[in-house]
Design a protein around this ligand. Sequence first.
Ligand SMILES: NC(=O)NCCC(=O)O
Ligand SMILES: [Zn+2]
Ligand SMILES: [Zn+2]
Length: 475
Amino acid sequence: MKKLIKNGMIVTATDAYTGDILIEHGVITGIGKELSAEGAEMIDAAGCYVFPGGIDPHTHLDMPFGGTVTADDFETGTIAAAYGGTTTVIDFCLTTKGEPLQQAVDVWHAKSESRAAIDYSFHLMVSELNDRVLAELPGIIENEGITSLKVFMAYKNTFQADDGTLFKTLQTARQEGALVMVHAENGDVIEYLVNKAIDEGNTDPIYHALTRPPELEGEATGRAAYLTELTDSQLYVVHVTCAEAAWKIEEARKKGLRVYGETCPQYLTLDITDLEKPEFEGAKYVWSPPLREKWNQEELWKGLWNGSLQTIGSDQCSFNFKGQKELGRGDFSKIPNGGPTIEDRFSVVYSEGVEKGRISIHKFVDIISTQSAKLFGLFPQKGTIALGSDADIVIFDPSVKRTLSAATHHMNVDYNPFEGMEVTGEPVSVLVRGEFVIRDKQFVGAPGRGQYLRRKRFGDAARPLPGKAEVGGGV
Ligand SMILES: NC(=O)NCCC(=O)O
Ligand SMILES: [Zn+2]
Ligand SMILES: [Zn+2]
């Protein structure tokens, strides 16, 4: 059925104007003033912003980690994401050494296809790059449309790959048009510091942060950037937490390298003192890389504003406090790393960023949606409000004031790291491909309605040609 969203303030990464949006067959077919369309359902957006749906480029749903599995799967995670204004997620498909890549991808399809309530895609983890993987990878990129590869430089003895693997992944990505993503921390030195701390009886959650100092994130970020330069490839550094890493990305970009950075709402708002909360509550704030000293937050905001950081990922990786985070009582290294942030990513960044005057509303749209669509080969199908784009839309009321809490969130987890935070603004209704998923703050979608997205290769639209149908992927 046709829909007409009337009188909202339409905001993209570049424009803001009051107008109407016509939706037919899931895509935007009209944008203008005082549009009318026979038989269309009218949706009043007066007093609200009308944003492109949020794109979360970094989630871990239904993921095994640290001897347990994340509390949110593709059903609960994507429903919570939709409540929060996110209409697409890109999740990390894990691989293990020796396993055919297609088998790993099939496992991720099985986790998601009947469960996802919003659209989704996968990045592929590269744990080794031998002849077998080299032979299989081009087919996965082409057939699955998985055009981003993830290399962990930390988590020794589990996910960590060596520098040779990172180097070969960058080379392959250059040839195949893929974007290499790195978790940038020096895993070898961290392993040494963690063992030393435990041996010395330093087992509380705060030691998670103290054994992963910012220099080790900056060092790994710089190393990855040099390898990117050497291979003339492209690099995306996930979850940047600190000035040391942000400055390395800035330096690489000044050299003209294709190096990009993501940060997360938790690094913009929470800090290392949260790990000192009593009664083991500090475990709720264990992420890798860890929360940093507060002054880093303004450096991250500056990086977003000046363009050295491009995107905001949630790094959703939820574990219950009871029974999961508690696995690390008496040994911080056994606390499952990660937290529940998929739902509040959009509103925390809007409220702390736009409402507090740190970024413009266009920059907000850019970092919460548009840049992820561009970097990960989804633009302009996703990431903007334009003729022909999917009607992934958030109707957002900027006048609402509310308090974030586990008591009211929709994630399948028993705490919220932003508990008690006052935010301004709330997604009222959210549409994915023209269908309501959230209507008047209620979930009206269904698990399984989300579609898997095959993505374009990195930089495919660096120069779109007139007469060719497809554009997108350009940055
Ligand atoms: N970030 C985190 O602590 N957990 C999720 C896994 C990862 O992204 O490193
Ligand atoms: Zn990571
Ligand atoms: Zn992650």
